[in-house]
Design a protein around this ligand. Sequence first.
Ligand SMILES: [Zn+2]
Length: 413
Amino acid sequence: MPMEANNCRFCRTPLNRVFLDLGRTPLANSYLSAAQLEKPEPVYPLKVHVCESCLLVQAQPVVPAEDIFSDYAYFSSFSSTWLDHAARYCADMRDRLGLTPDSFVVEIASNDGYLLKNFVAAGIPCLGVEPAANVAAEAVRQGVPTEVAFFGAETATRLGANRLANLMAANNVLAHVPDLNDFVAGFKISLAPGGTVTVEFPHILELIRDVQFDTIYHEHYSYFSLYTLEKVFAAHGLCLFDAQRLPTHGGSLRIFVCHDDDARAEAANANLADLRAAENAAGLDRIEGYDGMTSRVDAVVSGLNAFLSQAAADGKRVAAWGAAAKGNTLLNVAGVKAGQIDFVVDRNPAKQGHYLPGSHIPVVTPETLFGEKPDYLLILPWNLAGEIRAEAADIRQWGGRFVTAIPDLRIRD
Ligand SMILES: [Zn+2]
């Protein structure tokens, strides 16, 4: 069913209020080959609305999800921080929910099996659901049973016919879902009585507070508050019963969800109460709380451009680390071009030898960094800054310094 243009993807209210308009940019994960540099590069509007009724912050898809996610370049296992996070999650869930070899775990958007492999190792039956065939194939090679599919009511009905899930995990996928109601309906269908769904997503509270506008790109269709998500799950007979704050992606939430007739749905929960209070204090329960992003983004962009101009004037060389989607939003909104930044380092071999969309900065190996010895290293995935500063610690040997641009420009040793 095609989405109605310009209506809220949850409550269908017409969208008339702009949260942030970032102009027109290429798709953030459309890395270019040398031959493609010569061709015209498609750009698409990157405009985010906030629904005046349910306060869901959202963008209309500009290209079908099938075009983006069916052959995906992102392999979760390239981030050691993320692997550790997944291992801790599996240990925590086994303890908290008392999972045994008689339980069944389903992960939506299971990527290369980075998370479920922990359940496989523990002898707990599991199934991954992953739309990108190339990434799913890697999971299967690692011994993680994986179904190549987009999740929603139809997939849930098919999978649930075999076995309902005691635990369903959906990490950093909800933002990528074009048909939010169909997706959440799938949880209701697939979840066993007494079962638990956990969903992790970047919290819009942090996006607004820390001007994390670079987490906005065409693959992210929704940006969630607890306020709005409680309405979304309730509309599908599901209820939040706990939540945790996580440091991942600059500040995420992990919510715990059960059927609305589960005893856990009735119990008061201090974590939920605290988060609701924090959101209300930030104004996220009313439309005015979403105002004012444009001028704050302009200040970040000015800070980055001033730094690059000064570096050029001083004859200093600047490189970047992390050919991630969020870096592309920052660079393209700021209008940065190859030459201002010599190259970007990335460990993913699928990206090396290619060029960033829009800015056309070449993607190279970490070894190139240590050979070229630039004066500054701009860390694009600031959420992984600790990991990257440790990995690139040797730049200090030639006086190299680390730079981050969000929430404001910072230079450090
Ligand atoms: Zn709405």
